[in-house]
Design a protein around this ligand. Structure first.
Ligand SMILES: [Ca+2]
Ligand SMILES: [Ca+2]
Length: 220
C-alpha cells in the first residue's frame, strides 16, 4: 500500500491531538458553594460584613484598611476553587507610587493562611506627563494604566468625589486556585495610604457588589 505525504501529515496531526488531550484535565463536577450579592441582606458566614445601599444596590462596604472573609465548611470533594468577586474601587485610589503619603494603595486576596493575589488600583487621571499607574490586572509590580481591566468606569465616586463622574471603577476579579481541604476561609482586604487626608476612608475605599465561590473537581 502506498501512503502519501498527506496521509502521514493527517495521521501525525491526530496522534498529536490525542497526546494533547490526554494531558488536559476534564471538569467532572463544578458547584457554586457560596454566592452573595447582598440583595437578601444575608451576611451568614461573612466576617466583618456591613451593608449599605449605593445607587439602588445593596452592597458590602465601604471599607478602607480592613479585611473581610467568607468561611465555608463541608465543601464537596474538589481540587480547585474558583473565586469571583465583583469589586468596586471608590474615589481617589493612587495605585503603585510609593511616595510616603498617597500610596501604594493595595488590595489583596487569599485563602486560609495564604495570600495569593496582591495588587494596586488607581482611579487617578493619566496623561502623558502625569500618571499614577496600577498593577491590576497583574500582581505587584506592574505599570498598567489606571482602571485597566475594569468592567465599568462611568460611575460616580462614593464620598470625596461623590458628585464627580468616573470615580468608581467596577472589576470582576476571577481567580482559580488549587485547593482540596473541605473547609476554606476566603479573605480579602485593603491596605490604603493617604496620610494627608482628613478622612482617609472618604478619600479612597472599596466595596463588594457580589462574591461567588465554586468548587471544581477535575480528572486527568
Ligand atoms: Ca487618594
Ligand atoms: Ca492613597
Amino acid at each position: 500500500m502506498k501512503i502519501n505525504l498527506g496521509t502521514w501529515i493527517f495521521a501525525f496531526f491526530f496522534v498529536s491531538l490525542g497526546m494533547l488531550f490526554s494531558c488536559v484535565e476534564t471538569v467532572e463536577n463544578q458547584q457554586t458553594v457560596y454566592y452573595n450579592n447582598f440583595s437578601d441582606v444575608n451576611l451568614a458566614g461573612f466576617e466583618n460584613g456591613r451593608l449599605f445601599v449605593w445607587r439602588n444596590d445593596t452592597i458590602a462596604g465601604y471599607y478602607h484598611n480592613e479585611e473581610v472573609a467568607v468561611s465555608l465548611a463541608d465543601l464537596p470533594t474538589h481540587n480547585y476553587l474558583k473565586i469571583t468577586i465583583e469589586l468596586l474601587i471608590h474615589d481617589s485610589w493612587d495605585g503603585n507610587p510609593d511616595d510616603g503619603i498617597s500610596g501604594p494603595d493595595y488590595w489583596y486576596l487569599g485563602t486560609d493562611e495564604t495570600e495569593f493575589f496582591r495588587t494596586t488600583f488607581s482611579n487617578s487621571p493619566c496623561v502623558s506627563t502625569y500618571c499614577l499607574y496600577q498593577s491590576y490586572p497583574n500582581t505587584l509590580f506592574r505599570q498598567n494604566t489606571p482602571k485597566m481591566g475594569a468592567i465599568q468606569t462611568n460611575l460616580p465616586g462614593l464620598c470625596i468625589f461623590g458628585t464627580r463622574a468616573n470615580y468608581t471603577s467596577r472589576y470582576r476579579v476571577e481567580k482559580l486556585i488549587e485547593h482540596v481541604n473541605p473547609e476554606v476561609r476566603v479573605f480579602m482586604g485593603g491596605e490604603l495610604k493617604q496620610t494627608n487626608a482628613f478622612d482617609p476612608a472618604c478619600d479612597e475605599s472599596w466595596s463588594i457588589a457580589a462574591i461567588q465561590i465554586e468548587t471544581i473537581q477535575t480528572t486527568k
